[in-house]
Design a protein around this ligand. Structure first.
Ligand SMILES: CC(=O)N[C@H]1[C@@H](OP(=O)(O)OP(=O)(O)OC[C@H]2O[C@@H](n3ccc(=O)[nH]c3=O)[C@H](O)[C@@H]2O)O[C@H](CO)[C@@H](O)[C@@H]1O
Length: 354
């Protein structure tokens, strides 16, 4: 029996591609293992899956800011590397597929030391820190954006496009409205601050709630611990994170306000949803979301509001314009082919397996 191991985590953006791939490998009779952290979102999303063995390891975070955890983390990373090495040695997979995120670094190195071939996936336009460290140990890197090639070693990059989970293609607007208790006569605005939520966006949305709910019924995916019960109303429904309901909620949405994480924006593109993107700033990240957003803006798929320009007023005026011009964005998105990245990616993984 062929064996595949997956890794990736820290935020859902480093897990959802794996979620799209796993059912296909199970269906084809592969044995599936996953190495993630002991308490991260990947554990929550992967451990309940049938026919997947989840292995939790110690992890540290590669932070860009000063934090006392930075002193403790190198020890956790070393512990995690030993754990990953031992799990891989025992399970002997034919291939490791890594979606990145800090948990993946010791797993990729552990695979290489055990002579297991590694294929990496990079969702963003430029490689993240974890993938940058991992790339020398990998046989190949699959990319979502064609532009990523110029940031990768020659001969290692494979442009496959965005991977969209099958469930997202099967959303039903009427089911979404029933779940949210919304009417079909007023437009729906969905707000997603990435998989972890975005405090700044949450604040601006809540400060302009009166204006926004005059025009829209709102679904706000606001992140763990960030629901404000005092504001919950028939026009404003908040959720920390939604899983199986997301396809229906997206299907009923007319326009979207979102961070510019790669997986999310390609999902909205696939579903032809006009989007106002508020990328994570350069201060809070390496600036990858700014590049993602600019690439989408130049293709005419979105409007961009930079966080430094975001006020309750600019938020309302930008989303009002977005809604008024929605047909223009939908037209541009219609011209974009829905490339079948999933089957190409599955073939690449099989070819990488020894
Ligand atoms: C803060 C941070 O480090 N963000 C990064 C992280 O974002 P983040 O984890 O937010 O990643 P993405 O926006 O790429 O993907 C989020 C995924 O979570 C799903 N989802 C989200 C909310 C919800 O309620 N339910 C749900 O299923 C979305 O459909 C999507 O598939 O990884 C992305 C991909 O490498 C990067 O571009 C981001 O810069």
């Amino acid at each position: 029996m062929s064996k595949i191991m997956f890794t990736g985590g820290g935020s859902a953006g480093h897990v959802t591609v794996n979620l799209a791939l796993i059912p296909h490998f199970i269906q084809e009779g592969w044995s599936v293992d996953y190495i993630g952290s002991e308490a991260g979102i990947e554990k929550q999303l992967i451990e309940p899956l049938q026919n997947v063995r989840y292995h939790g390891i110690a992890t540290g975070k590669l932070r860009r800011y000063l934090d006392w955890q930075n002193v403790k983390d190198p020890f956790k990373v070393i512990k995690g590397a030993f754990q990953a090495y031992r799990i891989i040695k025992k399970q002997k997979p034919d291939v490791l597929f890594s979606k990145g995120g800090f948990v993946s670094v010791p797993v990729v190195i552990g695979a290489r030391l055990n002579k297991v071939p590694v294929l990496i996936h990079e969702s963003d336009l430029t490689p993240g820190l974890a993938n940058k460290i991992a790339i020398p140990f990998a046989a190949g890197v699959c990319t979502t954006f064609p532009e990523t090639k110029q940031h990768l070693p020659a001969g290692k990059s494979h442009y496959v496009g965005a991977v969209i989970r099958d469930q997202l293609k099967a959303g039903d607007a009427a089911r979404g409205r029933k779940f949210a208790g919304f009417v079909s006569t007023k437009p729906v605005l969905l707000i997603m601050g990435g998989s972890l939520g975005a405090r700044k966006i949450n604040q601006a949305v809540r400060a302009s709630l009166g204006k926004l709910t005059e025009k829209f019924q709102i679904i706000h995916l606001c992140g763990k611990g960030q629901v404000d019960q005092s504001l919950q109303s028939p026009q404003y429904k908040q959720f920390e994170y939604v899983n199986e309901e997301l396809p229906d909620l997206l299907a009923m949405s007319d326009v979207i306000i979102s961070r510019a994480g790669s997986n999310s924006i390609f999902e909205f593109l696939y579903l032809r949803k006009p989007m106002l993107l508020i990328p994570l700033t350069k201060e809070a990240s390496r600036g990858d979301q700014i590049l993602n957003a600019r690439s989408f803006q130049s293709a005419g798929f979105c409007d961009v509001l930079y966080e430094e320009n975001m006020t309750p007023e600019t938020l309302v005026s930008s989303v009002t314009d977005l809604y008024a011009n929605r047909d223009k964005y939908i037209d541009n998105m219609q011209k974009n082919d829905r490339k079948d990245a999933l089957s190409q990616l599955i073939d690449l993984i099989k070819n990488t397996a020894k």
